[in-house]
Design a protein around this ligand. Structure first.
Ligand SMILES: *Cc1c(COP(=O)(O)O)cnc(C)c1O
Length: 426
């Protein structure tokens, strides 16, 4: 029987089918991407998309909130339990809006913010020059050491003392090492700044206890729900009690209208999934896979920024291979290995055609791949780079990738066991 979508809009139906085939027939190494469970997919494709719920549970601007109030409260409870936070706002449409919400909850336009430079691994919304965050606020980016690829807290402290920012942002989008959130908290306190921590990438590692949580050391913690946390595409803010009202007002009515209730509902489901031993095991395997991938790449003579990884991602420095990131990313894509080109700290090449390539293991780990497959993928990458102008070799790797993908099918119907899950009954 044809589905409604297939009957009504065969073109879009077909394109979705093609995207499904692409996602299952390729190795997705983009560290911000993942596969959600069937349960999360169902919640996000539910009737919750039909409902307006401006405001917060118990104080909405539209009637008919009998169910939405219950769901939003449940989502908040689960997030608070998982991250051990005083307060949670689950309404931000994305990580970018969540960051804007964090800043506008704490400071005024024209105040100074200090975040990691985009070309050193920070996010656009940490004050990069093309983002509104550098137009509404004065932005002082901090670097990582171009020698070690790591954060240098002496440099950050000096910059903070010189520029006296009102907000210091910890967290990154392309940083392969564990971040010392306590050190950021100390510097912020010493210069009278607020500390906003953005764990969009590593939230899943934080809830699994693999990386230390910034919650005790930050005024506000911002995150996405869709990266290592493996939920639907959305954003969240966690904070101490004293900032709860400011955070809620900053998100609504400050930045947004009605929350995307279907996303918020799917976030509630994803948080129940993340509160299980199965998720902890998943997150541990994500890091093991990244380490195995890194070690094998090192054996092949690749240089890695900072020499390796503590998390789910790797930043390849391709300069010694005499080829730039974009060319490699495009060749790998033809070999069914999906990555993104990326700047490396101190990159001599421009961001549009940089020297680096960013790799990550959240998606392959959801497919059930382990260290042997991670090493095999490193071998594929090496073969493509060594044969970057040989299309026949690249196409051949594509066939091998397809074979590997068929052995680890996308877990379209994977269900996280709910038996351990205390959150679901509360
Ligand atoms: C991905 C990311 C964001 C933005 O998330 P969107 O949902 O794409 O808006 C914010 N901060 C960091 C550090 C990120 O990696």
């Amino acid at each position: 029987m044809k589905t409604a979508l297939e009957q009504y809009d065969p073109q879009i139906f077909e394109l979705i089918r093609q995207e499904e085939a692409r996602q299952s027939g390729s190795i997705r190494l983009i560290p911000s991407e993942n596969y959600v469970s069937k349960a999360v997919m169902q919640a996000s494709a539910s009737c919750m998309t039909n409902k307006y719920a401006e405001g917060y549970p118990g104080r909405r601007y539209y009637e008919g909130q009998q169910v939405t109030d219950l769901i939003e409260k449940m989502a908040q409870q689960r997030v608070k339990k998982l991250f051990k936070a005083d307060h949670a706002n689950v309404q931000p449409y994305s990580g970018s809006v969540a960051n804007l919400g964090a800043y506008t909850a704490l400071i005024n336009p024209g105040d100074t913010i200090m975040g990691m430079s985009l070309i050193h691994g920070g996010h656009l919304t940490h004050g990069w020059k093309v983002s509104v965050t550098s137009k509404f606020f004065k932005s002082v980016p901090y670097p990582v050491s171009t020698e070690t690829g790591r954060l240098d807290f002496n440099v950050i402290e000096e910059l903070a003392k010189e520029h006296r920012p009102k907000v210091i942002i910890s967290g990154a989008t392309a940083y392969p090492r564990e971040i010392d959130f306590e050190a950021f908290g100390t510097i912020a306190r010493d210069v009278g700044a607020y500390h906003v921590s953005d764990i969009a990438h590593i939230a899943g590692l934080v809830v699994a206890g693999i990386h230390k949580s910034p919650v005790p050391y930050a005024d506000i913690v911002s995150t996405t729900s869709h990266k290592t946390l493996r939920g639907p595409r959305g954003g969240m803010l966690l904070c101490k009690k004293e900032h709860a009202d400011a955070v809620d007002r900053a998100v609504f009515p400050g930045l947004q209208g009605g929350p995307h209730m279907h996303t918020l509902t799917a976030i509630a489901v994803a948080m129940a999934e993340a509160d299980t031993p199965e998720f902890v095991a998943y997150a541990k395997q994500v890091v093991k896979n990244a380490k195995a991938l890194a070690e094998r790449l090192l054996e092949h003579g690749f240089n890695l920024v900072s020499g390796g990884t503590d998390n789910h991602l790797i930043l390849l420095d391709l300069r010694n291979k005499n080829v730039r990131g974009k060319k490699v990313a495009k060749a790998l894509d033809r070999a069914r290995i999906v990555t993104n080109y990326n700047t490396i700290p101190g990159d001599p090449s421009p961001p549009a055609d940089p020297s680096g390539l960013r790799l990550g293991t959240p998606a392959i780990t959801t497919r059930g791949m382990k260290e042997p497959e991670a090493r095999q993928i490193a071998d594929f990458i090496n073969t493509v780079v060594e044969n970057i102008d040989n299309e026949a070799v690249i196409q051949n790797i594509g066939k091998e990738v397809l074979l590997l993908c068929s052995q680890f099918p996308v877990p379209e119907h994977f269900i996280i066991p709910n038996k351990h899950n205390a959150a679901s009954s509360r």
